[in-house]
Design a binder for this molecule. Structure first.
Ligand code: IPM
Ligand code: MG
Length: 360
């Protein structure tokens, strides 16, 4: 029997709509092949939502998302909205979505594809074979801790305050996701913190160490975040799965992403303990190339694959999308961000057509 899914599409800003169009076509095609039907519903988030409603995450959007089986997000933000006060910025919509859906676990793979090794700024021997999964805590830490704000002191100085806070239950639940992820991968987990300075990190490290007793098949190690940043660039192959808090994960996942040569290739999954997950590219809305048919739709297609795999438990359909990406790369098609000598430069639409053809 045909399996039916309700998918919320948040195309957002900049290149978002262009890359989303490619992913939707791919999903429709793979759905026909695997007997899945997708009931897509568009909703507003980010700058487009600010323009239409004044809010980056209208209540209606959140409720549409809650009623769906998964949310596919493209990208949000742009210079047009950058001067708005903090609480009205597009980024606030994203943080509100994460909090509103309880998406505490963010999985960000950084895998080097053999076809793109030369797109990396690092030497071939350093990046060849890199396959890292960053598990980032997404609804806590300094992004959400209280107190926060810009306050006036008694002497009339302004004081900006944010609070990095984790409770043990929050560390445990992201820790368990990370240990389980490591179990399914290379069996190595590196927990990243700043416990030489921060008490919140001491707690983090203690809880991870305790949890390790439940996962004897996973080898746990710890690194301070500054050292982890250095090691990622020095010898990334030492990493399998990394688990870290919200802020460190934001920074390290960009660094890990860039090992692969282009951030335009990387998907991510944000999951809660129940309810729909959100699947989105790691890259932003690239307003500088929006509407010019130059965007790379691959991260969006791979995000759709992550949605099938982690959100809808349809690994065969996910495999097909990922295989189509490998095929077009083998055929030599490249968008500008991953272009190299001897390859065929294509725009977003032509890349989409090549992907559809590869899907069969
Ligand atoms: C990311 C982004 C967001 C974050 C911004 C846009 C709020 O950088 O998803 O990594 O900091 O989490
Ligand atoms: Mg980021």
């Amino acid at each position: 029997m045909t399996q039916q899914y309700r998918i919320t599409l948040l195309s957002g800003d900049g290149i978002g709509p262009e890359i989303m169009a490619v992913a939707v076509k791919m999903l429709e095609r793979v759905g026909q092949q695997c007997d899945l039907t997708f009931d897509f519903q568009d909703a507003l988030m980010g700058g487009v939502a600010i323009d239409a409603t004044g809010s980056p995450l209208p209540d209606e959007t959140l409720s549409i998302c809650r009623q769906s089986d998964a949310v596919l997000l493209a990208a949000i933000g742009g210079a047009k909205w950058d001067s708005l006060p903090n609480h009205q910025r597009p980024e606030r919509g994203l943080l509100g979505l994460r909090a509103g859906l309880g998406l505490f676990a963010n999985l960000r793979p950084a895998t080097i594809l053999p076809q793109l090794i030369d797109a990396s700024s690092l030497k071939r021997e350093v990046v060849e074979g890199v396959d890292i999964m960053v598990v980032r805590e997404l609804t806590g830490g300094i992004y959400f801790g209280q107190p926060r704000g810009i306050f006036e002191t008694e002497s009339g100085q302004k004081r900006g305050v944010n609070t990095m806070v984790y409770e043990d239950a929050e560390v445990d639940r992201i820790g368990r996701v990370a240990f389980e992820t490591a179990q399914k991968r290379g069996g190595k987990l590196c927990s990243v913190d700043k416990s030489n300075v921060l008490e919140v990190s001491q707690l983090w490290r203690d809880r991870m160490t305790l949890l390790a007793k439940d996962y004897p098949d996973v080898e746990l190690s710890h690194l301070y975040v500054d050292n982890a940043a250095m090691q990622l660039l020095r010898w990334p192959k030492q990493f399998d799965t990394i688990v870290t808090g919200n802020l460190f994960g934001d920074i390290l996942s960009d660094a890990a992403a860039m090992l692969t040569g282009s951030i335009g290739m990387l998907p991510s999954a944000s999951l809660g303990s129940a309810g729909p997950g959100v699947f989105e590219p790691v890259h932003g809305s690239a307003p500088d190339i929006a509407g010019q048919d130059k965007a790379n739709p691959i991260a969006q297609v791979l995000s759709a694959a992550m949605m099938l795999r982690y959100g809808l438990n349809q690994p065969l359909a996910a495999d097909r999308l990922e295989q189509a990406v490998m095929t077009v790369l083998d055929q030599g098609y490249r968008t500008g961000d991953i272009m190299s000598d001897g390859m065929t430069l294509v725009g977003c639409e032509a890349m989409g057509e090549a992907l559809l053809k590869a899907l069969g």
